[in-house]
Structure formats: C-alpha cells, structure tokens
Design a protein around this ligand. Structure first.
Ligand code: ASP
Ligand code: MG
Length: 453
C-alpha cells in the first residue's frame, strides 16, 4: 500500500484533478490511499477572510466566501456536470460555504479570531477539495471513497498546530482505511485537517498535508509515500540562481533537512519524519510531468561528498571579541543569552580563542543586541553578507571536497566558515552580492557544468 498526496497546485482545478486521477489509476495495483490539499490558494483565501471578518470588514469577507463558493462550483461543474451525484455534491459544497459565511459573521460580531475558529475555517479548503476529488475520481472510473480526516487524524486541541496522536491515528487508520483497501477501493481524505477525540476540527499547521500523508503512511507502514507537487523534485541548487541545477534522484533525510533551513521549499522534512523514521521512502514527483523520476528521500541514499548547494543573501554577521586575552569561562553563554533575550535566532557560529562570530537572518533587534553585547566585549557588525552552504553526507570525510570547495571560491572573500557537527553541512560566509557567483562556481566544481559566473 502507498500514500499518494497531492498538493494545492496538483488539485487546483478540474484539469489538475483529472490529471491526478490518472496518476492514481496508474498506481491501483499498489493500493493507493489519497491525501489531498485544498485547491491551490484556497487556504490563504480562507485565513484572509477570517482576518477581514474579525477586523470589521464583513462585506469583503463575505465576498471572499462567495468567490470560493463560485470557484468550487465551477470546478465541480466542469468535473461532474451531468453526473447523478453532482446535485448532492453541490449541495454539500453549499453547506460548507453557508457555514463559512456564518463563521465569518460570528468573527465579525466577536471582533477577534480564535485558534479554534480559524481551524474550523481553514479546514474547509481540504474538506471541499477531498469531496470534489472523490467524486471526480469516481466519475473517471476509480472506486474512490471519501474518508473524513477528522475520524482518522486524531490530534490534541492545540488549534492551528494540533499535535497528532500516533497511537490513536494508527488504530483509526487501520479501522477506517484498511477495510476499504481490502474491498479494492481508493480512500480519499483531506490533508492538513484533524479532529480531537471529541471530534472538534483541528489543523496541523500550514503546509500540513505532507504531514498528514506521512502520518497515515507511518500508521499503516506504507511501502512508499508520494508527494505530488509542481516541481520535478529536489534539485542540486535553486534553478533560478544556477540554471543548470539538476534533479537529485535520491537524497538522505538529514541532507534534505539541512537544505530546508535554507528555504528549499519543496517540502519541510520534519513533516515527513514520521514516515522516514519507519524506513518508508518518500518520493517527490511533479504532477505536471508525471513521467518524471522524482526525488527519493530516505535514510539510505548514496553517500556523496556534495549532494546539493543552497544559499541566501541578506545575512548579518555579529562578531564579539572579549576584552581579555583568553576566552573567559561563560563568555559564550553570555553572548548567546543576549540573542535569546532578544528572540533572535542564531544561524551559523564560529569561535576562536578570543572571539565569537554568529550570523542572524533577522536584524530587527540588532541595535538592542549590539548594545547588550558591548557589555561583554568589542562588537563588530557586518551587514549584506551571504551564506553558501554545501550539503553532503561524505563531505567531512572527503578531504578533496573541502579543497575543491575552497578552490572554487578562489578570489572571493570568505568571512566565516563552519562545518556542522554532523559533518554534512559546510557553510561559508561571503559578500552578499557574491552568493550567486559562488553558487555557480561551486556547482560547476561539483556537478561539472561550469558556467562563467
Ligand atoms: N492547505 C494547507 C496550506 O496551504 C495545507 C497544505 O497544503 O499542505 O497550508
Ligand atoms: Mg503545500
């Protein structure tokens, strides 16, 4: 059995939903369980209208409800017109949107939102999408069966970021999903949505559909989890920066996790952790090019010195030097406490006998941070720096790779350098405007398609 998850762009309307049905059809022999996101953009629209309602803009909120209703009707019509089931499906969609309008009015009366109300609203996107997909799949000849995610994805009541309860999910997934598979049916359920034991609607947090897929897959020990999205998979670099970036056929989970912290937005690895922990491979595929080979994320991908590159500009370096000659005991702690006190996350760290350098992304509290750090020593701030990061499991063990990396950057100023404790991430601080040339040169050096930077 496999879990097949379609993201928002893969179910954005009648065309993509029809394409999704074909993808599922090609996998019937593997007993797919389908998990769907909301129609692309629907979650943003839902949360936006909730905020508008609470801020007093009821008309705007209700017109957003009307637009969403219209969109779901239109796509439903395109998929299901003439079907015996369509009037009932349309009535069910209408019931969701009638309730949505009432929720908007309620928030308008209250003048504020609550996490529980936001979840009731946000969940509508996936609930409607799952309803539409189920009937569309049926019309296209698949034995699809809608499963209410709130009966399977049991969570606590931490609304808007509810915590899944794996034991209960395993029990309910076995009870609700396995009999359908045994009957040769294709269960379809909403991603992102959960329910408390009292069946109050919750959500798992933004982007939570991947998490849903991973939890269901882990609960049933699936053979694979497929995440269908609008990119071919994970690439060796951001193709907007390095045009010759290539698809990574297989990547280790910890490598994918390192890349995610640099905004490689394909999926957030923590969301697939439940599956990967159970040894279930997760694939990323492009629903627009279903014949592609995608990226496989697993614990056991081949070890390479460098699997991928990432980079970002707009980084600030803060350097603190102790007044005393030697690194005083407790100095590092006091330095980090300053950042913690100002709720500013520290990214990269390098130390010497008398100094600590750290990088931060968010410089909004920088003035206050610097003034506190001045009590500990001399402080220097370097703005407009950039990070390039090399991620690869074999990096630390491959002396040649280090030399290649530094050689590729010859002539560029290096402001800081750090090899992660896991040895799989080498981070190099360069001038902010040198991130692109640095990435292109590194890519050329490691992946063999050098272009003049
Ligand atoms: N629709 C939700 C979101 O946009 C969940 C998801 O698509 O994964 O955050
Ligand atoms: Mg998504």
């Amino acid at each position: 059995m496999i879990v097949v998850k379609f993201g928002g762009t893969s179910v954005a309307g009648a065309g993509p939903i029809t394409a999704a049905a074909e993808i599922v059809r090609g996998r019937l022999a593997r007993e797919p369980i389908v998990v769907v996101s909301a129609l692309g953009g629907a979650t943003n629209a839902l949360l936006g209208l909730a905020a508008q309602a609470a801020e007093g803009q009821l008309i705007a909120a209700l017109s957003a409800v009307a637009q969403l209703r219209e969109r779901h009707r239109r796509e439903g019509e395109a998929l299901l017109a003439g079907e015996a089931a369509w009037p009932a499906v349309r009535a069910e969609l209408d019931a969701h949107f009638d309730e949505l309008a009432r929720l908007a009015e309620a928030l308008h009366t209250l003048g504020f939102t609550t996490p529980r109300a936001l979840d009731a609203i946000a969940a509508k996107g996936e609930l409607c999408s799952a309803l539409l997909c189920t009937h569309a799949f049926r019309r296209l000849g698949l034995a699809a069966e809608l499963v209410d995610a709130r009966d399977v994805m049991i969570t606590d009541d931490a609304f808007t970021k509810a915590v899944p309860q794996p034991d209960e999910i395993a029990e309910s997934a076995r009870a609700r999903l396995l009999p359908l598979l045994r009957d040769g049916r294709v269960p379809v359920m909403a991603g992102f949505v959960g329910g408390t034991r009292q069946r109050v609607t919750t959500t798992l947090g933004r982007g939570g559909s991947d998490y849903s897929a991973s939890l269901v897959g882990a609960a049933l020990q699936a053979d694979a989890i497929e995440i269908w999205t609008d990119v071919d998979g994970m690439l060796t670099a951001d193709p907007r920066v390095v045009p010759e970036a290539r698809l990574i056929p297989a990547i280790r989970f910890d490598e994918a996790a390192e890349l995610a912290s640099f905004g490689a937005k394909v999926l957030h690895p923590s969301t697939i952790a439940p599956a990967v922990r159970k040894g279930i491979p997760v694939f990323v595929f492009n629903s627009r090019h279903p014949q592609g080979t995608g990226t496989r994320i697993a614990f056991d991908a081949p070890v390479r010195a460098v699997t991928a590159l990432a980079g970002k500009a707009g980084v600030t370096i803060v350097k603190v030097r102790t007044g005393r000659m030697l690194f005083a005991l407790g100095f590092a702690r006091r330095v980090f406490e300053v950042f913690e006190r100002h709720r500013t996350a520290v990214d990269v760290v390098a130390t010497s006998e008398v100094s600590i350098s750290v990088t931060i992304d968010d410089a909004t509290r920088l003035d206050a941070i610097v003034s506190d750090l001045r009590e500990l020593g001399d402080v220097a701030v370097e703005r407009q720096r950039g990070i390039v990061s090399l991620v690869g499991t074999g990096l630390a063990d491959d002396a040649g790779a280090m030399a290649t990396a530094l050689g590729a950057l010859e002539g560029l100023r290096v402001h800081m350098l750090s090899l992660s404790a896991t040895g799989i991430n080498l981070t190099i601080l360069v001038d902010g405007d040198q991130v692109t040339p640095a990435l292109r040169r590194l890519h050329g050096a490691f992946f063999g398609t050098a272009v003049p930077a």
